[in-house]
Design a protein around this ligand. Structure first.
Ligand code: S3P
Length: 176
């Protein structure tokens, strides 16, 4: 079965949607951040603090390079995975890519108590989030086959949309 790749800004719900899509056990969930943590033997904030963002991005690109080998997998990515063109290319060629869109207001709300996102540490303002989202939007758009507005849909509705897109994506693939 074709892979499903979930992309989108921090706290848009990639992991929750991924778990929901895999709950019947038909597809396997792989979380890119969890794979990075396992490889590094450190949490994400520890990686950023000790070896820095560039080393984190290198690890992320390495883990993304493994995605080519997956089948029947839902891949939940980190929000910055689209920053590198090589990652975007690999993801786009590895399955159906869904961009889960969120709003700066929701990002602020859902990351308020969060100590786990080093890029939002210190200066967690709506302006900073808006700026980061605007900078990344063209990259998400470049990578995605489809997008879903998370603020207009609950989890089961998002899952239904994903499966509808999945059917369409697969029928296009086999008809072209
Ligand atoms: C990042 C998002 C995080 C994690 C790291 C960097 C980013 O993942 O990969 O902190 O650059 O947006 P989530 O999107 O799951 O928070």
């Amino acid at each position: 079965m074709t892979n499903i790749v979930l992309i989108g800004f921090m706290s848009c719900g990639k992991s929750s949607v991924g778990r929901h899509l895999c709950k019947d056990g038909k597809m396997t969930l792989r979380d890119i951040d969890a794979m990075i943590i396992e490889r590094a033997g450190m949490t994400i904030p520890e990686i950023f603090k000790t070896i820095g963002e560039k080393a984190f991005r290198d690890l992320e690109s390495y883990v993304i390079s493994l995605v080519k080998n997956y089948q029947n997998t839902v891949i939940a990515t980190g929000g910055g995975v689209v920053l590198r063109e090589q990652n975007r290319k690999i993801l786009k060629n590895s399955g159906m890519v869904i961009w889960l869109k969120t709003t700066p207001e929701n990002v602020l709300k859902y990351t308020q108590q969060d100590q786990n996102r080093p890029l939002l540490e210190g200066n967690k303002s709506i302006e900073k989030i808006r700026e980061m989202m605007a900078q990344r939007e063209p990259f998400y758009a470049d990578c995605a086959h489809y997008s879903i507005n998370t603020w207009e849909n609950n989890l089961p509705q998002i899952a239904t949309k994903v499966w509808d897109y999945y059917q369409e994506f697969n029928s296009k693939k086999f008809n072209s």
